[in-house]
Design a protein around this ligand. Structure first.
Ligand SMILES: *[C@@H]1O[C@H](CO)[C@@H](O)[C@H](O)[C@H]1NC(C)=O
Ligand SMILES: *[C@@H]1O[C@H](CO)[C@@H](O)[C@H](O)[C@H]1NC(C)=O
Ligand SMILES: *[C@@H]1O[C@H](CO)[C@@H](O)[C@H](O)[C@H]1NC(C)=O
Ligand SMILES: *[C@@H]1O[C@H](CO)[C@@H](O)[C@H](O)[C@H]1NC(C)=O
Ligand SMILES: *[C@@H]1O[C@H](CO)[C@@H](O)[C@H](O)[C@H]1NC(C)=O
Length: 826
């Protein structure tokens, strides 16, 4: 085996999935590879393609077990040197599944092979040896680029092997948001950088679910082997009653066969019984874990019947969980709750329990429908501890003996890389028949509109043909117009696949239009988040500037606050909307690689979906923070009057803290339910921010709040909210909190509200405040502000929506404003 080692590369280019005619999720990338076999093999309707059309150098061997080759485990590819499979993919989330089943082939005893497997960014396996007869390893990973490389690196003089591979797209929304820490406050907000390894995936109270019964080809185990005491639960099955509600779980989150069965506490009709149902899962120490609970109340006969506590590792993570009203007031609705363990596990078990609620008079019962436990990569990007690091490197060890080893190892890696590059170039330059292109169908082309819609999920193909947009909007039928703004008109539409959309058609006369159009596409195709409105596509045919977004049924936050006659929102709803939009902005400021400043935060740019979940919209003015071109000094001060950060005019410096200021104005708008500028009011009341701050500083904010909230807000919640808003409106950016701090404080305000309301309703002390949360307003100055210089030019008022007739903050103020700009800015 020894001798020279050099690279082996499999270049898998342009693909599309077979367009499945049945509806449901169609993965953009769908590589299923039967390694080492000359044959394609079908496993439960999925075809694993042979990899032998590829040139195999002498460093890889196709190994076969028997002559009758009928499944993916009968063959393997053996690697005696560092080898890569390279897949061209649509950037985004993917499953990577590795199938192993060792056998003997010539002198290769696969059960003794030792090797590492890595991508460009993460290490999946490090010095790994397959110890069971068959094993599948599943990883969930965000691929930021247009290709994924899977590198197999033999350890020392050993070799590597694999029987089959899968690289399959996953909806970006499958795992998103900021899961709470289990049993502690705060949340984990870097999920998008995280590679996850599925450790346990369990269907409680029901049978094993196999890949053919799961739209994302997952396997769900039964829960009996994890239950500490089997006799404390009953199996329940009511698969037909499961509903999916928009914005909550979908069939991709988990199939009905998971939500439709559960393990229910077996209280034996004894209202006094008191016990916990506990499941114990083996995990590896030294890693954090992501836990996803799947819930669907299929056992209650009416709302608010079932209350129970949920524990992870003996810590309460949810008290008195009422599934029927936790998210929506309905039974049998599927949804998930995500948690992340607070720190790396010191014990090699995770205990999950459900137990009776302490609410007086509630029947002791509880259920769990499904659970996924996923290992999170450590700070070195590894999912397996060892010397191997992402990118194919080895860690440096202080130990002398190991330094030698590591150096030799690194050299060897370099040599191997050299070989790989040469081979790669040769293959690219010369013989094209050696490049492998499985399943080349018509997906990327915009030929038939069916194919186009199916390919929209890919970040690289947001373009929509004009014909499809016209069809969706009935040729821009005026009856479908739902708004008019500076940029143009907005129409409601329906795409061919039934997706409801909002279509924003740019006005070609708008001078700023094109730049904003481009910015919006760039921003929204890069940044995807639950609390940012999603771009479905755009169209630039015939000089059109058309943007197609998900349709947000409940319109703007502003329309729910004043001027439209819509029913008023409760305080809790308003807090939740503030929290959602703060989350979206926090993600923009801190998310992914670069920081983005929205620059036009206002209530008209916060949209609400059918569940009143908030999403931040309108990115036309946004800028990336640290990377803003410093030479581009003519950048105008932009934004909307009434929301603009005074420091931004004064110093012409743009930072994330300008968004924080605007958000503070939105908070007072939410609290007071009035326009941010209302020139019809007495002078001292015209500007909401000034007016509200005056009362906040006097400690009498309750004097100016929305009439319809009187008596509803718990005083502590109002105090917390007012203080947070006040900090946001601080004169100097450095004195303002970060969006992360704002978010945290809003969540606290919500907890205070809930705790206060609970205390009012019940006299027992079972619903105390959830511990003492420390106040954290101290370290604003540590958030390094990235600022750039900009010059001021006036351009205001254009962004306002004319559809809102009584909107006084728009055109009528733009003159006043440009005078302001002239006197202050130049
Ligand atoms: C395997 O499937 C691919 C793609 O469908 C096809 O090109 C190839 O000819 C098949 N190979 C065999 C041996 O059937
Ligand atoms: C529940 O269902 C599982 C899977 O079908 C089965 O293994 C288990 O024995 C059942 N438990 C009870 C208490 O019926
Ligand atoms: C799984 O799918 C098969 C068909 O593919 C179907 O007959 C069976 O009922 C399904 N099982 C469950 C539990 O949904
Ligand atoms: C249920 O588990 C929690 C956490 O381990 C524990 O505090 C509680 O006492 C348990 N309840 C019963 C009835 O055992
Ligand atoms: C996981 O790896 C990424 C790098 O890809 C890193 O940014 C992140 O912090 C790691 N996660 C943890 C929990 O350390």
């Amino acid at each position: 085996m020894g001798g020279e080692k050099f690279g082996f590369l499999i270049w898998v280019s342009s693909i599309t999935c077979l367009l499945c005619l049945c509806h449901g999720y169609v993965p953009v990338d769908n590589y299923l590879i039967n390694c080492g076999s000359p044959n394609n093999v079908t496993v439960t309707a999925r075809v694993f393609i042979s990899d032998t059309l590829l040139t195999s150098t002498s460093e890889t061997l196709a190994a076969s077990n028997r002559n009758s080759v009928s499944d993916i485990y009968q063959t393997a590819r053996i690697f005696t040197g560092i080898s890569k499979y390279r897949f061209s993919v649509a950037p985004g989330r993917h499953w990577v599944r590795l199938h192993f089943s060792p056998f003997h082939y010539q002198t290769f005893q696969m059960e003794s092979a030792k090797f590492s497997v890595s991508s460009q960014t993460h290490v999946f396996l490090s010095d790994f040896t397959v110890t069971s007869r068959v094993i599948m390893k599943e990883y969930y990973l965000n691929v930021p680029t247009d290709h994924l490389e899977l590198t197999f690196t033999p350890s020392g003089k050993s070799f590597a092997f694999v029987n089959a591979l899968e690289v399959v797209s996953v909806p970006d929304t499958l795992i998103s948001g900021d899961p709470s820490f289990a049993g502690s406050h705060g949340s984990f907000n870097e999920l998008s950088l995280q590679a996850l390894e599925t450790v346990h995936r369990v269907n409680m109270g029901g049978p094993r679910v196999t890949p053919d019964n799961d739209t994302l080809s997952r396997t769900w185990k039964t829960d009996s082997e994890f239950l500490v005491e089997n006799n404390l639960v009953m199996n329940v099955s009511k698969i037909p009653s499961v509903h999916y509600k928009p914005g909550l779980a979908t069939e991709e989150t988990a199939p009905k066969s998971v939500y439709g069965t559960c393990s229910e506490m077996n209280s034996g009709s004894n209202p006094a019984s008191n016990f916990n149902v506990t499941w114990v899962f083996d995990v590896e120490t030294g890693f954090q874990y992501f836990l996803r609970f799947h819930f669907c109340d299929i056992v209650s006969k009416s709302l608010n019947q079932l209350y129970f506590n949920l524990y992870v590792d003996s810590m309460m993570v949810v008290r008195d969980l009422d599934l029927s009203s936790y998210v929506v007031n309905a039974l049998a609705v599927a949804y998930v709750m995500d948690f992340v363990t607070v720190s790396e596990k010191k014990s090699d078990r995770i205990r999950v329990s459900i137990g009776r609620s302490s609410i007086h008079g509630v029947y002791p019962n509880g259920i769990l429908n499904g659970l996924e436990i996923m290992k999170m990569n450590n700070s070195k990007g590894q999912l397996s501890t060892g010397t191997f690091l992402p990118g194919g490197g080895l860690t440096k060890k202080k130990n002398v003996g190991l330094i030698v080893g590591a150096t030799v190892g690194s050299l060897f890696v370099l040599v191997a890389f050299g070989g790989f590059i040469i081979l790669f170039k040769k293959r690219r330059g010369g013989n094209h028949s050696k490049t492998w292109t499985p399943l080349s169908t018509n997906g990327a082309a915009s030929g038939s509109s069916g194919a186009t819609v199916a390919s929209l999920a890919s970040n690289s193909s947001y373009r929509i043909p004009l014909a499809a947009v016209k069809e969706a909007t009935n040729s821009f039928d005026e009856n479908r117009a739902i708004g008019v703004g500076g940029f143009g008109r907005v129409y409601k539409g329906v795409l061919q696949d039934g997706t409801q959309v909002a279509v924003k058609r740019g006005n070609p006369k708008s001078q700023q239009g094109f730049a904003e159009f481009k910015t919006e596409i760039e921003m929204l195709s890069q940044f995807r988040h639950r609390h940012l409105v999603s771009l479905i596509g755009y169209c630039d045919e015939n000089r059109e500037m058309i943007l197609v977004y998900e349709h947000m049924k409940n319109g703007t936050l502003k329309s729910h606050l004043y001027g439209s006659g819509l029913p008023t929102l409760s305080w809790k709803q308003r807090l939740e909307i503030c929290i959602g939009s703060a989350r979206g902005l926090h993600y923009l400021h801190t998310g992914d690689s670069k920081s983005v400043i929205h620059r036009d935060v206002k209530s008209a740019n916060i949209l609400l979906d059918e569940n009143l979940m908030a999403k931040v919209a309108d990115f036309g003015l946004s800028k990336t923070g640290p990377e803003i071109d410093q030479t581009h000094v003519s950048t105008a001060v932009k934004g909307s009057f009434g929301y603009l950060d005074p420091e931004y005019f004064r110093r012409q410096q743009l930072t994330e803290k300008s968004d924080v200021y605007s958000f503070g104005v939105v908070m007072f708008e939410v609290l007071c339910a009035r326009p941010v500028i209302d020139p019809t009011l007495p002078r001292e009341m015209v500007n909401l921010a000034e007016w509200a701050m005056k009362w906040q500083k006097k400690g009498q904010l309750e004097q100016v709040i929305d009439q319809s909230l009187r008596g509803e807000i718990v005083p502590d919640s109002l105090r917390k909210f007012g203080e947070t808003g006040e900090k946001c409106l601080a004169d100097y950016g450095v004195d303002r909190p970060s969006m992360g701090d704002v978010l945290w404080n809003l969540e606290y305000a919500l907890q205070l509200q809930e705790a206060g309301v609970d205390c009012d309703q019940e006299d027992d002390n079972s619903t105390n405040m959830i511990g003492e949360l420390p106040l954290r307003f101290n370290d604003y100055n540590n958030h390094g502000d990235t600022s750039v210089s900009v010059a001021i030019e006036g351009r205001f008022g254009e962004e306002e929506e004319e559809s809102c007739g009584d909107d006084l903050s728009g055109v009528s103020m733009s003159k006043v404003f440009s005078q302001l700009v002239k006197s202050e800015g130049r």
